[in-house]
Write a protein that binds this ligand. Structure first.
Ligand code: HEC
Length: 243
């Protein structure tokens, strides 16, 4: 028994450094309020994504008609996402800007965002899109606390407004904090909500089968429950004769 305990402790100790690395040093990430069951939120996220992000980024593993899974009809996809005439609902999401011009303009090609939620995590994305601040030392005019010296200009500044990085003294330590200097067209809570929708959508896009899996999960649970009731009545039936 003792040997097993020791083994477990050793295993736990061996895992700890991995956990520390996985949690990431440095910036504190905010928890993304995800709800993959919320189709209205996923649709708002899809709209924000196609109107604001596809200018530079592609999502080349994602076809427009996979938005059927979040309750959008072909007609809604065409009109609400303002698909250009030459783009079919069966096409993959391509960037408006070609990768070479983008590289010339920003020094680095904007990466494909199809599976970004898996490589970066939802919390990272949720925090990143809310952590841009004006920085006059950068040629693009923007910096980001989660992604220092980022090559992406803050394309949602009209919504969030302009944040600056304020340095405060706190019990002898310097503490950096983002402060909203010029408001945008959205209130803070409203902007956080829009980014939650966008993050929700990016998570769905990275793993659309997740929605199907949820459904299968409930069906399996329902099946097990019925099986339990049947077996239980069978057991009572058998034991009644034996008593
Ligand atoms: C004007 C062009 C442009 C637009 C529009 C744009 N981005 Fe970017 N984005 C970039 C560039 C360039 C980079 C590469 C930055 C770098 O690596 O320094 C980038 C990087 C990123 C990254 C980090 C990727 C990584 O893991 O390295 C994410 C996430 C991202 N963008 C999300 C978005 C989202 C979401 C939108 C829409 C709201 C958006 N971007 C709109 C240009 C753009």
């Amino acid at each position: 028994m003792n040997a097993i305990k020791k083994l477990c402790t050793l295993l736990l100790l061996a895992l700890l450094p991995g956990l520390a690395i996985a949690s990431g040093a440095g910036v504190q990430l905010d928890k993304a309020p995800l709800s993959l069951q919320d189709q209205a939120s996923l649709q708002r996220g899809a709209k924000l994504f196609t109107s604001r992000c596809l200018a530079c980024h592609a999502a080349s593993y994602m076809r427009y008609n996979r938005l059927h899974d979040i309750g959008m009809s072909d007609q809604q996809i065409k009109t609400e996402l303002e698909l250009p005439e030459d783009v079919k609902v069966g096409s993959t999401m391509q960037a408006a800007m070609d990768a070479n011009s983008a590289k010339l303009a920003y020094g680095i090609a904007p990466p494909d965002l199809s599976v970004i939620a898996r490589s970066r995590s939802a919390d990272w994305l949720y925090t990143y899109m809310r952590s841009f601040y004006a920085d006059e030392n950068r040629s693009i005019g923007w910096n980001n606390t989660v992604f220092p010296d980022v090559g992406m200009p803050f394309v949602l500044a009209d919504l969030q407004g302009e944040q600056v990085l304020a340095v405060e003294q706190h019990e002898g330590h310097e503490r950096k904090k983002l402060v909203l200097k010029t408001p945008g067209s959205m209130q803070s809570a409203e902007y956080d909500g829009a980014i939650a929708d966008l993050t929700n959508y990016l998570v769905f896009m990275g793993e659309p089968a997740k929605l199907v899996r949820y459904k299968i999960g409930w069906i399996v649970l329902g099946f097990l429950f019925i099986l339990f009731l049947l077996l239980y009545s069978l057991k009572r039936e058998i034991w009644r004769d034996l008593h």
